[in-house]
Write a protein that binds this ligand. Structure first.
Ligand code: FCB
Length: 454
């Protein structure tokens, strides 16, 4: 599939995304405190192969070379996250670790010197362990600490970072971390997950306020993991099951953020009649945003089972190395639906990509035709959403580098750059050159006129 570059506006942002714990390594350097992921990784049986983020891609020491690669790629923007325990090793203000801030200061300057726009995410799951020891995200105090952290970071970087993302995928952190126990902190309580989700949202609202105070021109958003829920058939039962899945995964976060209320059907099922939702919380959560970040990898195909909604597989489809179905129309549907139902000012696809079992061949190169095909079909889906009026302003491939894929350790490779972990050598894959050519092909193009676009 060839993508027509004129189907994107000429100011469309082409980016690549990463997260602190997945790439930085240097977990003991320059006063960084312990994060819940450091603790989880050394808990036996939690992470495949006993892998940890101690070294990861060593981005902390190699970021200059990696920014050079980004420049070669022609990236407009780089999405990274800031490690809270580097900035506030004790979780809260009081002790601000300036050398932690210095690292992001240097990174931001390096990006800007290379004409790459920094997109900074404040939280990509690496909570300071001290806060988890005091109860973690199910406690309101953690949301309060997050607002202090947001303020400290925005005060230092707000003069140069224009795009801020408060949280990455609060659903994943709340459910997989607190209810399913498969991510840090590894708890297995539904009630904790529900409380954590509320406090993540609340802290998002407070952080929006803190960032705007420190950096009045900042553009602020949040990144959600969203997936369109398709009913497996058009029976009312399957449709109701798909709506329920949509509620639990998508509307649980979209509604409070854009409508200032939790969805009525979730409230009816009593999932949210909870003492931790206080007066004024929903007002804070629904602070106006400049953009919504959407992470999308797959869709849901849902049928009505005896014990509630059931996820169906699609044996006909191609699947990635994560076992995720390749279904680009799901991204198109999702973007159009979010635009229609919630009218965000702008949408950035802040993550999309695929893991495949990449190998280096005899000459050392890495051929990844499946990833090229995945990316081109999903980027094509984005262009169709743009044509249908969704205000999508940018796309970030996950990921710039192969990295620590959470509970799967280093066994899953999502990068467009291969990382040889024993030597930490970087090897751009074929998809890197494919993405470079796509980005280059639209440079200097005039913005399509409305007539040409119609
Ligand atoms: C998302 C995460 C990201 C990465 C991709 C594959 O859920 O935000 O860190 O692990 O999945």
């Amino acid at each position: 599939m060839t993508i027509d570059p004129t189907s994107f506006p000429s100011d469309f942002i082409w980016g690549a995304a990463t997260a602190s714990y997945q790439i930085e390594g240097a977990t003991h350097d320059d006063g960084r405190g312990e994060s819940v992921w450091d603790r989880f990784c050394v808990t036996p049986g939690k992470v495949r192969g006993g892998d940890t983020g101690d070294v990861a891609c060593d981005f902390y020491h190699r970021y200059r070379d990696d920014v050079k690669l980004m420049r070669e790629l022609g990236l407009d923007a780089f999405r990274f996250s800031i490690a809270w325990p580097r900035i506030l090793p004790a979780g809260r203000c009081g002790v601000v670790n300036e050398s932690g801030l210095d690292f992001y200061d240097r990174l931001v300057d390096e990006l800007l010197a290379n004409e790459i726009e920094p997109f900074a995410t404040l939280f990509h799951w690496d909570t300071p362990q001290v806060l988890e020891d005091e109860g973690g995200w199910p406690e309101r105090a953690t949301a309060e600490a997050f607002a202090e952290y947001a303020e400290a970071v925005a005060a230092r970087l707000g003069d140069r970072v224009r795009y801020w993302i408060t949280h990455n995928e609060p659903w994943v952190h709340a459910w997989i971390g607190y209810a399913w126990g498969e991510h840090a902190p590894g708890r297995t309580s539904e009630a904790d997950a529900v409380a954590a989700a509320h406090h993540l949202l609340l802290s998002h609202g407070w952080a929006v306020d803190a960032i705007r105070r420190a950096a009045p021109d900042a553009r602020v958003g949040i990144t959600l993991n969203l997936a369109h829920a398709y009913p497996a058939s058009d029976t009312p039962e399957d449709e109701a099951a798909a709506w329920q899945v949509d509620g639990e995964g998508n509307r649980w976060f979209l509604d409070p953020i854009f409508r200032g209320a939790y969805p009525a059907d979730l409230l009816e099922r009593n999932e949210l009649v909870a003492p931790f939702v206080r007066d004024g919380d929903l007002g804070a959560i629904s602070a106006p945003l400049d953009f919504l970040g959407v992470n999308n990898y797959f869709r849901f195909l849902v049928s009505a089972g005896a014990e509630g909604p059931r996820m169906e597989g699609n044996p006909e489809a191609q699947h990635t190395d994560m076992g995720w179905e390749v279904y680009p129309d799901g991204l198109h549907r999702l973007l159009v639906r979010v635009a229609n139902d919630y009218a965000p000012q702008a949408i950035y696809v802040t993550e999309n990509g695929a893991a495949f079992a990449d190998v280096r061949v005899h000459d050392g190169s890495v051929h990844d035709p499946e990833r090229i095909s995945y990316l081109s079909s999903y980027i094509d889906a984005v262009s169709r959403a743009v044509a249908d009026g969704a205000p999508v302003k940018g796309y970030f491939v996950w990921s710039m580098l192969d990295n620590f894929e959470w509970a799967m350790g280093y066994s899953k490779r999502f990068g467009i750059v291969y990382v040889d972990y024993p030597t930490l050598e970087r090897v751009p894959k074929d998809s890197f050159y494919w993405y470079r050519d796509l980005i280059a092909s639209r440079r200097g193009m005039p913005r399509p006129s409305p007539i040409a676009a119609a």
